[in-house]
Design a protein around this ligand. Sequence first.
Ligand SMILES: C[S@@+](CC[C@H](N)C(=O)[O-])C[C@H]1O[C@@H](n2cnc3c(N)ncnc32)[C@H](O)[C@@H]1O
Length: 212
Amino acid sequence: MNTPQDYEAWYHTPRGAWIAQREFALLWRLLPMERGATLLDVGTGTGHFARRYAAMGLHVTGLDPDAAALDYARTLGGAIDYRAGDAQALPFADGSFDHCAAVTSLCFVPDPAQALSEMWRVARRGVVLGLLHRRSLLYRQKAGRGTYAGARWDDAAAVRAWVAGLEPASTELRLGYAIFLPDGKWTSRVIESVLPTTVPWGGFMAAGLTKR
Ligand SMILES: C[S@@+](CC[C@H](N)C(=O)[O-])C[C@H]1O[C@@H](n2cnc3c(N)ncnc32)[C@H](O)[C@@H]1O
């Protein structure tokens, strides 16, 4: 199993940094946030995306059940408030945050619909999800292996079903995809950067939803 240090170190490889940057750009496009707003990052792990959001001027709280990951995240700075907890029963009152994000964390949560409804409850404005996409080449290559072991791979129909149960109802659900090609060479980067995020084959599927 990866230690938090190993997990975070991957983000500092050229490939890891590129993937995280592409994923963050897609998440931001699907749910842009204003400076000074509050954000809960659910399943924050080592806080990599929490720090990216904080760098955009947000006040970020990061939540995760993994005490070792949170301890390591706290050593990495970024003025983030880290809390222990489970996505399926968030330890916050209704409307505690402007926004809520979960980046490749709901794929490890047994009841993602319950987790999304909890995120919807604590968010005043909107929620953004980064998910592993079942209808992708990445799924064929990576499902069940390495850091993907134990992860669930979802599709757009599953996300729509979770969203249909939300109260109050969401505005239009926005979906986008990031494709990462297998060899990871510079030629792949060129192709990855020109492929539109509407092409629904990316291994990373993001969903943005806002409250009416
Ligand atoms: C692949 S890591 C993603 C970490 C971080 N969001 C990132 O993208 O770098 C998945 C995270 O989900 C967390 N997780 C697993 N089950 C969870 C649950 N029930 N509630 C909240 N987070 C959970 C794990 O502890 C882990 O930190």
